[in-house]
Design a protein around this ligand. Structure first.
Ligand code: 6CS
Length: 313
């Protein structure tokens, strides 16, 4: 059969590279084919998610930053200063985490989705017009976030004015000064040319961008055991590939940005400067529990146990 798979990015971006690996694996190991729909061809992130739930699409990539209203617990991946900065720990976590393979599998299934994989897309940097070194510096700055309520709480706690927007509106909103900044991994700031409409890019070390790949559940359950295994193996192969693919990617992206716009300023907040942001993260954690209750607490506990395994491995 021909399977449809929509992503939130272009084919040459991280989700596109993952999807292409998956497609190549499926096509090399079966008679099935996979048609990838890049960003914009079928709508925004929320549109492709609806299409996957309805079974119009067989596969979809949606980042937790957009899944907050559907699965509030998915916002655990947005909580600042929870995921580690160490790439090897992050990679170990995404390959082994029970919170993904067990807890989230159940939560996505309740939404008619078979969760196949979650993977990181790199550490998140913040683009602005002016530099900032403290929450007070962010006062009055409108910072775009993905549409998750928890990201709104995060940037409020950071002292800014959060503005949730779908991706398609971000570049234009920066251009017209409707917003003054936004956050994304380095490769995306580079490929989306966000540096053209920003002056400063700041690393606060507050998060790793996480995304999720799902299949429509009825479709998945209707597959033969062989085909289910094929899909699982394709997801595994693509995960290994995408983790390796990203080695050095942020550094390459930074160099490309600097070459394209020499006047751009890169700032890395010091540990002392990060302290008030880490403190604000405690309020965000309380908000997460407020939004998700006992279920969210269970998720958070398992996530922290998985991170502990990653740290001591
Ligand atoms: O900021 C966003 O909306 C987008 N960022 C990334 C890295 N991927 C997809 C998402 O739509």
């Amino acid at each position: 059969a021909n399977w449809k798979y929509a992503i939130e990015e272009n084919l040459n971006e991280v989700q596109g590279v993952y999807a292409t690996q998956f497609k190549e694996y499926i096509e090399a190991n079966s008679a099935h084919s996979v048609q990838i729909y890049p960003f914009g061809t079928l709508g925004e992130s929320d549109d492709i998610m609806e299409q996957a739930q309805a079974g119009i699409l067989q596969f979809v990539d949606q980042s937790p930053g957009f899944t907050g209203s559907l699965i509030p617990e998915a916002q655990v991946f947005l909580m600042p200063y929870v995921l580690p900065e160490s790439v090897s720990e992050v990679n170990y976590f995404f390959k082994n985490a029970k919170v993904i393979s067990e807890n989230f599998k159940v939560l996505y299934a309740e939404q008619d989705l078979e969760l196949l994989q979650m993977f990181p897309e790199g550490s998140v940097a913040i683009t602005t017009q002016e530099s900032f070194h403290s929450p007070a510096d962010l006062d009055g700055m409108k910072i775009r976030v993905m549409t998750s309520p928890l990201l709104v709480e995060t940037y409020k706690a950071f002292g800014a004015v959060p503005t949730p927007l779908p991706w398609g509106e971000v570049f234009g909103a920066l251009q017209t000064n409707l917003i003054q900044g936004q956050e994304n991994p380095w490769f995306y700031i580079e490929s989306g040319k966000l540096y053209e409409v920003s002056e400063v890019i700041t690393e606060a070390g507050h998060n790793i961008f996480t995304t999720a790949v799902m299949a429509n559940k009825n479709f998945y359950e209707g597959l033969s055991e062989t085909d289910q295994q094929l899909v699982q193996q394709g997801s595994e192969v693509a995960l290994d590939y995408i983790l390796k693919y990203q080695e050095g990617l942020a550094e390459e992206s930074k160099a490309k940005i600097k070459a394209a716009k020499p006047s751009i300023e890169f700032v890395t907040l010091t540990e002392a400067e990060r302290a008030p942001f880490r403190l604000a993260a405690k309020d965000v954690r309380a908000k997460f529990i407020e939004m998700t209750g006992e279920s969210g607490q269970t998720i958070l506990d398992q996530l922290e146990a998985d991170l502990e395994s990653a740290r001591t491995n």
